[in-house]
Design a protein around this ligand. Sequence first.
Ligand SMILES: NC(=O)c1ccc[n+]([C@@H]2O[C@H](COP(=O)([O-])OP(=O)(O)OC[C@H]3O[C@@H](n4cnc5c(N)ncnc54)[C@H](O)[C@@H]3O)[C@@H](O)[C@H]2O)c1
Ligand SMILES: [Zn+2]
Length: 310
Amino acid sequence: MNRVKAGDRVSVPFNLACGTCRNCTEGWTSACLRANPSGQPGAGYGYPQMGPYWGGQAEYLRVPWADFNLLELPPGTEHERDFTLLSDIFPTGYHGTELAGVQPGRTVAVFGAGPVGLMAALSANIRGAAQTFVGDFQPDRLALAEKMGATAVNLAEADATEAIMEATDGFGVDCGVEAVGYQAHDPAGQEHPGLVLDALVQVVRATGKIGVVGVYEPSDEGAATEDARHGRYDFDYGTAFTKGITIGSGQCPVMRYNRWLRDLIIRGQASPSQVISHELPLDAAVRAYDQFDKRTDGWTKVILHPGTTS
Ligand SMILES: NC(=O)c1ccc[n+]([C@@H]2O[C@H](COP(=O)([O-])OP(=O)(O)OC[C@H]3O[C@@H](n4cnc5c(N)ncnc54)[C@H](O)[C@@H]3O)[C@@H](O)[C@H]2O)c1
Ligand SMILES: [Zn+2]
């Protein structure tokens, strides 16, 4: 390692990438051909099938190819909370808007108001969207979306498709972001893996774009349908084709964006930390994950501090 030295403040992307393989040199560090010993493209911390790397919520982290992977941050402690989100959710939300083709004046529908969906809403603002709808069931998360200037659609009270079509005079939105994943559920809590993809195909206008950053697994025994257990997801592809909709998907190549998003933070143009609800010591991680998983009211995003105890 010679570019970064001990004591430097850095951000570690959740993807691990070698920097020199064919995909890395094209900027697709999310699909590095070398970092995952299984041979599958793409490696990451704490994620199934993405290599033997444990999660990043730890006192210390081993960072292979560190000169390549580490993003320098200014010294000191300023913007620490904002910079923390550069490892994953801020670039991931931004990637959703990139795949969805968000440009100045475009209308956007984001499904899911979890940390990733909220970061997509923030990113849509950064990219100059004219209006961003955010759909979810969780009032606390929707309130945050509204604070960011988005139009919240509470799916417990309204049908997303109807609400968005009505608000766009029946035209639909230019861009859709999927920030939920295959565990999408209905208002009663029943999972339907294709639910959000179906809704996006309905609300995105013909020839519009959808960015899918919510995760769809190639196999998961716990998935809600037999098909989904084998990575097969049932959604209205016929209508997507007929409308000529472009669908982009996948893990976020964090390094494609983190430098520029860092500089927006430094210059006061973006404050992703507004989604952080809790800051806890590392040993509270199990409890924090439990609350987050249950979507307990107010648990939007937790930051864990190594080196402190509760
Ligand atoms: N592609 C990537 O690189 C990448 C990176 C990080 C996270 N992710 C994935 O992004 C997704 C979102 O992550 P998160 O941290 O925000 O998770 P989260 O579980 O906190 O958020 C998901 C939100 O979707 C909502 N939801 C459930 N069903 C819905 C429906 N039918 N319509 C609308 N909203 C619905 C939930 O209420 C919840 O608020 C997950 O699948 C996560 O694994 C992907
Ligand atoms: Zn590589």
